[in-house]
Design a protein around this ligand. Structure first.
Ligand code: LMR
Length: 394
């Protein structure tokens, strides 16, 4: 029977990871997959994570199942981190999921279950796996304008015009901070205008927040998500711990569904637990437990926040260095957006041909849409990248 299977196109980001591995050049530079790297190219285990793992090893005396929603203490800690007191806790249903992707997948399934005719509006561009999962589930996708390729900032007017066409019960997917793949983000005034459109149309927001703490700081990066959650009747939030806790392979995420009242919350909670049961039963616990321990222990939390700040400032420093180097080499300010963008990524605005040219000639690996992982750089590789960009005539 399996001869009926059709081969699937490889995920572009994951295929690039493999190409990079296979390239024998010592001088190659990996700006592909969204994984933080320090100046030596290592993706370190954060100090607080190591310390929590040690404590856990010493103290944990059972690996028995948690609950279908995961440990409620994880949900509480994460709701506090993402939402603080933006909404009443008893209106938030939440389940632990295998990573942020798991939360996104469960959210899309919830949408499909609640309203099969709902369309999901996604930014153009968005994280390619959003599109892939929506297509896989057969959910209708509508793209809204987002990236302005001339300024490399947000096409805000285009975005507003497009999301105004959403109908009540459609879903508008928004990146809470550090937009992936562009690095271009809305300011709070613009977020308020988006909220107004959501309320006018009756469309339901779904916020994907995978990089809290990588942009302007933990609180600053959550501000838009909190604004949305506190201003609309219903909202979904998919949060990832992969990047800000550096626990990628532990698959740690949380899906939150905010409803109008406590009764609706119960229905949400039961449905989300049901969906977990259908897809993987109990969510992974190890990463979630580490996150809970860190967030609930003052010393671990302080150390985690300090290290996260180091990570964030390192990326900001690399952004400024790259923008300055490009300005020096090109004699133009047109790359200033790199210092304005936030998070791990910037979309350079180069054609796939130029991206390919830089890969072949210089061993520089960026996603074909010219998304660069800024954390893949260090102070020595920034000038090499800048020269390659200018030489390629980007
Ligand atoms: C990325 O965008 O590179 C990351 O979110 C990793 C992934 O799974 O694609």
């Amino acid at each position: 029977m399996f001869e009926t299977l059709q081969s699937r196109p490889a995920d572009g980001i994951l295929a690039l990871m493999q190409m990079y591995k296979d390239d024998p050049r010592q001088t190659k530079i990996d700006l592909g997959v969204g994984v933080y790297k320090d100046a030596t190219g290592l993706t370190p285990i954060m100090r607080a994570v190591k310390a929590a793992e040690k404590q856990l090893w010493e103290q944990q005396d059972s690996k028995v199942y948690t609950g279908l929603a995961g440990d409620p203490a994880f949900a509480d800690a994460m709701i506090d981190l993402v939402l603080a007191d933006a909404v009443a806790r008893d209106t938030v249903a939440a389940v632990a999921t295998p990573g942020g992707t798991g939360a996104v997948r469960q959210a899309f399934e919830l949408i499909q279950m609640a309203r099969p005719e709902a369309r999901v509006f996604v930014s153009d561009p968005t994280w390619p796996n959003h599109i892939s999962i929506l297509n896989y589930l057969g959910v209708e996708i509508v793209r809204y304008r987002y990236f302005d390729k001339d300024s490399c900032g947000v096409d805000f007017d285009g975005m507003i015009e497009d999301i105004k066409t959403a109908r009540a019960g459609d879903v508008v997917l928004l990146h809470g901070c550090c937009h992936n793949p562009t690095g271009a983000n809305l300011n709070l005034t613009e977020w308020r205008a988006v909220v107004e459109v959501l309320n006018d149309t009756g469309a339901v927001p779904m916020v994907d927040i995978a990089y809290q703490g990588f942009g302007d700081g933990l609180e600053e990066d959550a501000a838009a998500t909190r604004l949305v959650a506190s201003s609309v009747p219903e909202c979904l939030i998919a949060a990832s711990c992969s990047k800000n806790f550096g626990i990628y392979r532990e698959r740690t995420g949380l899906l939150m569904a905010i409803s109008q009242n406590v009764q609706a919350r119960k229905l949400h909670q039961d449905t989300l637990a049901f969906l977990n049961r259908q897809n993987f039963s109990f969510p992974p616990d190890h990463g979630a437990r580490l996150v809970t321990m860190i967030l609930n222990d003052a010393a671990l939390r302080a150390d985690w926040q300090a290290e996260l700040e180091e990570v964030r400032n390192n990326m900001l420093g690399l952004r400024s260095q790259l923008a300055a180097e490009l300005q020096r080499l090109s004699g133009s300010d047109r790359f200033g957006f790199i210092a304005q963008h936030r998070g791990m990524f910037s979309r350079l605005g180069a054609t796939p041909e130029k991206v390919e040219e830089m890969r072949q000639k210089n061993g520089i690996y960026m996603v074909s849409d010219s998304r660069m992982n800024i954390a893949g750089l260090n102070e020595h590789t920034v000038p090499i990248l800048a020269k390659a960009i200018v030489d390629a005539g980007v």
